[in-house]
Design a protein around this ligand. Sequence first.
Ligand SMILES: NCCCCCc1nc2ccccc2[nH]1
Length: 292
Amino acid sequence: VLPGWFSEISPLWPGEAHSLKVEKILFQGKSDYQNVMVFQSSTYGKVLVLDGVIQLTERDECAYQEMIAHLPLCSIPNPKKVLVIGGGDGGVLREVSRHSSVEQIDICEIDKMVVEVSKQFFPDVAVGYEDPRVNLHIGDGVAFLKNVAAGTYDAVIVDSSDPIGPAQELFEKPFFDSIARALRPGGVVSTQAESIWLHMHIIEEIVANCRQIFKGSVNYAWTTVPTYPSGMIGFMLCSTEGPAVDFKNPINPIDADASHNKTLGPMKFYNSELHKASFCLPSFAKRVIESK
Ligand SMILES: NCCCCCc1nc2ccccc2[nH]1
């Protein structure tokens, strides 16, 4: 049989669809929250798809996981307590574990099937769960944050899917309020913040909410992910009132010699020059994001 093609048709990117050549479908399931599929692509390794939307491929996941984790953690001295909302594939955990100052990594993922499927088909991504500092909570991030004592975390990373489906609430103001409350003064948050090519209106709203809630700094950074429509995705990087955080100046380099970095191997994407460059925006985005 001729291998088929997977085309990513979604209301999130009307009129366009990125396609990948399929060698073999490895898993198809329906969890309590979404459809889950894994396929072997011809040129991007294995691919994780949730409700028809590509979440990661083995070939380019590094560009997303490394940036969403190191942009916040390399911007503050000595991060100790980190919370990941979403990120059930374990890739953000892998990257957070590279920071030897970190003592506790809590993760709250709503869909158990994503964790199990990642451990089965994406061992180099799910390796993050093997770190002894990781505590996995299966549940809704909104509810989880309500039970967190104020000022608990140095950093919160929201590795969500998109505002259509289970992650919808993770893009709304009350959720950002609960993050600000959970962070210490001068604490930082990094969230998946869509594409400036496709979602400028969503980003405009997110930025307006963040400016009301995070009284430290509010920045938008971006990375290039070939298998995401428009070839890129961005992040909100915000800090709460307190010790100033200059996201554009990475003050906390990763200890490359730390033991966990020896087992994980070198980073494939992030470096401090790219850290600085990732906050440079095209004019059409700058005038919306930096004026709000
Ligand atoms: N944790 C996975 C990150 C989000 C994956 C889904 C996705 N893919 C996208 C492509 C362009 C803009 C927003 C997108 N959102």
